[in-house]
Design a protein around this ligand. Structure first.
Ligand code: 5AD
Ligand code: SF4
Length: 439
């Protein structure tokens, strides 16, 4: 979502004459778009600010001004601390007010101190952001599109409801119009984004509201849009309609990121997830019944307050039962202001380390098994751009694995049949089956 938001900030600044550059030393303005989800992410902001302070000083010595801005969820949660620890920061802006950035830039060039805005305004920023000119990911073939933001779930460990605010969905007509513009600019795969994307309940084009399933059906109608994905989902919002969409919409790719966080019902309750392990596995079964080739991905937290060795063992069993194709796993990181941060029975760091290693080793075996299972298959690959070596191109499998192969760049933007020859830890390599593509 920060990638998408950064592109929207670039859009809103373009009329002021700003264009992206790769080097901070060349930049009249640097925006750090930040993440507050775990402490490590937050600490990175302060070390990066230290580096940018030196760049700003060098530019100043050469007679150039530099506006330094901190955007995103660290700005939202720690605006005052940022200005106290890094008084050379000029702008602090929360994630809901990117449409106000031009005003803030104007103010910053006049003001002596930092300009801070971490409001949750009544207007939706999306209604005020300029219409997208071109998609932002490399080659523009795969694009992100935010359809929903914020979260009302309040999981015990999570800062998102506090930093991104309450759940809000964009009207379906606006989402469809933006998708249409992305496709016109070359996008062939769109990933719909939201902190709780399957809680989407946007205003329908003709009144009423649409859920995510209905929206996916409408987007699948767009000519030239070959692939749809959505992320990130909550198990509680996997409605019948959405599960059915996985069986009915061929463009909806057979890969779903559905975080479970823990395999222990006791921990799921402590986390305020409001579902059980059995609920989760039932959803997985129903998804597999609707779309037999669907692969699942998940997020896990080890060492949430109160987690025992038995809870951890239950998580390992769930990994076995669900056979995730891919997963992210994290050590619990206490976030200020969240219920779990003040809870008793915090787990020792060394214990978290041990559990994380055990979980990751187990998850890795399932990812490797899944990737190895692709060898020998002929898989439709969306070619996204050049590969690592000359003559190589790269693409994505339906299951989001990067695929490397030899072939001409003229295939970019096309879905082509590729015979998978080898599986690596995080990617596949294969051979383009020319005859089949032209047949
Ligand atoms: N500590 C560790 N991991 C966290 N996540 C969210 N909050 C925390 C936290 N306090 C993880 C969850 C979520 C993913 C985006 O980040 O697993 O699904
Ligand atoms: Fe955070 Fe996701 Fe829980 Fe919302 S549903 S509080 S975003 S972990």
């Amino acid at each position: 979502m920060n990638v998408y938001d950064s592109a929207r900030m670039a859009d809103v600044l373009a009329p002021l004459g700003y264009a992206p550059t790769d080097t901070p030393a060349d930049a009249d303005m640097v925006i750090l778009n930040t993440c507050h989800i775990r402490e490590k992410a937050t600490e990175k902001v302060f070390s990066e600010l230290g580096r940018l302070r030196a760049v700003k000083a060098e530019r100043h010595a050469a007679g150039h001004g530099t506006i330094l801005a901190v955007a995103g969820c660290v700005a939202q949660a720690e605006g005052a601390e940022i200005v106290a620890r890094a008084p050379y920061v000029d702008i602090v802006l929360g994630p809901q007010i990117y449409h106000r950035l031009p005003e803030m830039v104007a103010q910053a060039s006049r003001a002596a101190g930092a300009v801070i805005d971490t409001d949750f305004p009544p207007e939706q920023k999306f209604d005020f952001l300029p219409e997208l000119a071109a998609p932002q990911s490399p080659g523009g073939i795969t694009a992100f599109l935010s359809i929903q933001e914020g979260c009302d779930k309040f999981c015990s460990f999570c800062v998102v409801p506090y930093t991104r605010g309450a759940e809000a969905s964009r009207p379906a007509a606006r989402v469809i119009a933006e998708a249409r513009r992305m496709v016109a600019a070359g996008a062939r795969e769109i990933t719909l984004l939201g902190q709780n994307v399957n809680a989407y309940h946007g205003e329908a084009p003709n009144g009423g509201t649409w859920g995510l399933g209905r929206l996916l059906h409408a987007l699948a109608e767009l000519p030239d849009l070959q692939r749809l994905r959505y992320t990130t989902s909550h198990p509680r919002d996997m409605t019948d309609d959405l599960i059915a969409a996985h069986g009915n919409i061929p463009a909806l790719m057979p890969f779903l990121h559905l975080p479970v966080q823990s395999g222990s019902d006791r921990m799921l309750a402590a986390m305020n997830r409001r579902h059980t392990v059995a609920d989760y596995l039932r959803i997985v079964d129903r998804l597999r019944a609707a779309r037999p080739d669907i692969a699942l991905s998940s997020d896990f937290i080890v060492g949430h307050p109160g987690e025992t060795e038995a809870d951890h063992a239950a998580t390992l069993s769930l990994v076995q039962a669900a056979a995730f194709a891919q997963a992210y796993s994290f050590k619990y990181s206490p976030r200020p202001g969240t219920p779990a941060a003040g809870a008793p029975l915090q787990v020792a760091e060394a214990e978290k380390d041990r559990r994380l290693q055990a979980l990751q080793a187990q998850l890795r075996t399932y990812t490797e098994k899944f990737n190895a299972g692709c060898v020998g298959l002929t898989v439709p690959v969306l070619i996204t751009g050049p590969g690592r070596h000359p003559g190589q191109i790269a693409g994505r499998s339906p299951w989001l694995q990067p695929v490397h192969l030899s072939g001409p760049m003229s295939l970019a933007g096309q879905v082509v049949p590729v015979r998978i020859k080898a599986a690596h830890t995080n990617s596949l390599s294969g051979e383009f089956l020319q005859e089949r593509a032209t047949a």
